[in-house]
Design a protein. Structure first.
Length: 445
C-alpha cells in the first residue's frame, strides 16, 4: 500500500486534502491523473450498467434530501457504529475494531492494551453528517449529507416510473458523493469520510428476486475481472445470517485482496420491499407498480449492486502496480487495463530538433480528437517512457527521423515493450482497435 500511496502522491493521482493546513482526517483530493482514472472507472460502470442495456435509467438526486428520508430508511435510528473514547489520550475508536487498531499513545499496543489506557463504555455513534438548512442557524432545520446514494433513488421511484415507461424488472442507476463520519477511516482512499458511490437499484417482481440477485452478483464480479483484476485476488463472499443489514434477506460482497487483506469492494443486496414500503408509509405516497397484464398492484423487490468509485480505483491501482527491470534498469509500471488508463497514448519526438517536435504535435492534434493523449518532449526518450509507464499509459508513439521521410511512427506497448511501425494516417484507427481489444495481464503475480 505504501508504494501505491507514494506513486499516487508523486505522480499527482491522489494526495491528502488541505495539505498546506496539515490535512484533514482521511480526506483526499484527486489530481489530474487520479481524476482521469476515476472518471474512466465511472464511465466503465455506466457502460456496463446502463449504456449496454435497455432496462436501466440514470438519476442524479440531491445530496441533501428531506430529513424524513433518513427516518424512513432507518439511518437516523440505526446507522451507527459502537464508539469508545480513551480518557488518557482523548482518541476515539470503533469498539468492534479494537483488536485491529493501534493505541493512540503506544502504537505497538491496541486501545485498552496498555495499563495507562482508560476506555469509556461503548456508545452508539451516528455516522451521518448533520448540518442546518436555512439562513439562521438556530432556527434552521437539521438536515443530513446523504450517507448513501440509494435513498435518492427510492424517493424518486414514482417520478421515474411515470416518465421512463419502464416496468419491472428495471433499474435506476446513480453515481455521486456520499458522506459518512467514520470513526476510524483510513487505509488511504479505502475508507474516507467523503467518497463516491456507484449504485443501482433494480426493481423486480417479488417472484423474480432470487434469480436477479444471482444474476447481479455474477455480473458485478465479472465486471472487475473484465477490467483486469486478477481472479485469484477476487472472491464472492455471501453474508452470514447474523451479518445481514436490517433491510436485507441476502447479501454477497465482492471482495478484493487489498494489501490490507481481503476487504469489501462492492455489496450486492436483496433489499426486498423494505425501502419502498418504508417511504410509502412515511410519505403517504403509493410506491407500487400496477401490472396491467394481471390487473394487480404490487411493491417491487429491489436488488442493489452498491460499489465505491474510490475503492474500485484503489483496487485497480493496487492490482496494476508492478516493478520490473529493463536493460538492467528498474521501472515502476501501472499495468492498468487500457480502458482505465488515464492517458491512452503519449506522443514523443525522439529529439527536440529537425522538425520532429512539429510533426509530433501534428500527430498529437490528430490523435486527441479520438483518444486521451499527452505530448512530452522533455528529457531522454528512456526517461519519458518510464514516466508514461508509471502512470499506466498503454501506448507510446515516437516520432523519429524516419517519420519525416515516410510518415510512419513507432508504437511501443507498455506491457510487452514491443515496438511496431505504423503509418501516421492509420494511427488513430490502430490505437482505437487496440483499445477495444480484450486485454490480459502479461505477468500473473
Ligand atoms: N446502499 C448500500 C450501501 O451504501 P455499503 O456497503 O455501505 O452499501 C457500498 O456501501 C460501497 O460503497 C462499499 O462497498 C464501498 O465500496 C463504498 N464505501 C462505503 N463506505 C465507504 C467509505 N467510508 N469510503 C470509501 N468507500 C466506501
Amino acid at each position: 500500500m505504501e508504494k501505491v500511496v507514494s506513486l499516487c502522491k508523486r505522480r499527482g493521482f491522489v494526495f491528502p486534502s488541505s495539505e498546506i493546513y496539515g490535512g484533514i482526517g482521511s480526506t483526499y483530493d484527486y489530481g489530474h491523473y487520479g481524476v482521469l482514472l476515476k472518471n474512466n472507472v465511472k464511465a466503465q460502470w455506466w457502460r456496463a450498467l446502463l449504456l449496454d442495456r435497455d432496462d436501466v435509467v440514470a438519476l442524479d438526486s440531491a445530496i441533501i434530501q428531506h430529513p424524513r428520508t433518513w427516518e424512513a430508511s432507518g439511518h437516523l435510528e440505526g446507522f451507527t457504529d459502537p464508539l469508545v473514547e480513551c480518557r488518557t489520550c482523548g482518541q476515539r475508536f470503533r469498539a468492534d475494531h479494537l483488536e485491529a487498531l493501534p493505541c493512540g499513545r503506544k502504537p505497538s499496543r491496541h486501545p485498552g492494551g496498555d495499563p495507562a489506557c482508560d476506555l469509556t463504555e461503548s456508545r452508539s455513534f451516528n455516522l451521518m453528517f448533520e448540518t442546518t438548512m436555512g439562513p439562521v442557524r438556530e432556527t434552521g432545520a437539521a438536515v443530513y449529507l446523504r450517507p448513501e446514494t440509494a435513498q435518492g433513488i427510492f424517493v424518486n421511484f414514482k417520478n421515474v416510473l411515470s416518465f421512463s415507461r419502464k416496468k419491472p424488472p428495471f433499474g435506476i442507476a446513480q453515481v455521486g458523493k456520499s458522506f459518512r463520519n467514520e470513526i476510524t477511516p483510513g487505509n488511504f482512499i479505502f475508507r474516507m469520510r467523503e467518497f463516491e458511490q456507484m449504485e443501482m437499484e433494480f426493481f423486480v417482481p417479488p417472484t423474480e428476486a432470487e434469480r436477479w440477485f444471482a444474476y447481479w452478483t455474477t455480473a458485478r464480479r465479472d465486471w472487475y475481472l473484465e477490467l483486469g483484476l486478477r481472479a485469484d485476488r477476487l472472491r464472492l463472499r455471501p453474508h452470514d445470517a447474523d451479518e445481514l443489514s436490517h433491510y436485507s434477506s441476502a447479501t454477497s460482497d465482492v471482495e478484493y485482496l487489498f494489501p490490507i487483506g481481503w476487504s469489501e469492494l462492492e455489496g450486492i443486496a436483496d433489499r426486498g420491499d423494505f425501502d419502498l414500503t418504508q417511504h410509502a408509509r412515511f410519505s403517504g405516497e403509493k410506491l407500487e407498480y400496477f401490472d396491467q397484464a394481471t390487473s394487480e398492484h404490487y411493491v417491487p423487490h429491489v436488488i442493489e449492486p452498491a460499489a465505491g468509485a474510490d475503492r474500485a480505483a484503489l483496487a485497480f491501482l493496487c492490482d496494476a502496480y508492478d516493478e520490473d527491470e529493463i536493460g538492467g534498469e528498474r521501472r515502476t509500471v501501472l499495468r492498468l487495463h487500457p480502458r482505465l488508463a488515464p492517458v491512452k497514448a503519449a506522443v514523443l519526438p525522439l529529439v527536440r530538433k529537425d522538425g520532429q517536435p512539429e510533426l509530433a504535435r501534428e500527430v498529437r492534434d490528430a490523435l486527441r480528437e479520438r483518444v486521451m493523449c499527452e505530448y512530452d518532449e522533455g528529457g531522454a526518450i528512456g526517461r519519458r517512457y518510464r514516466r508514461q509507464d508509471e502512470i499506466g499509459t498503454p501506448f507510446a508513439v515516437t516520432v523519429d527521423h524516419q517519420s519525416l521521410e515516410d510518415r510512419t511512427v513507432t508504437v511501443r506497448e507498455r506491457d510487452s515493450l514491443a515496438q511496431e511501425r505504423v503509418a501516421i494516417d492509420a494511427l488513430g484507427d490502430e490505437l482505437e482497435r487496440r483499445l477495444r481489444a480484450p486485454w490480459t495481464r502479461p505477468h500473473p503475480g
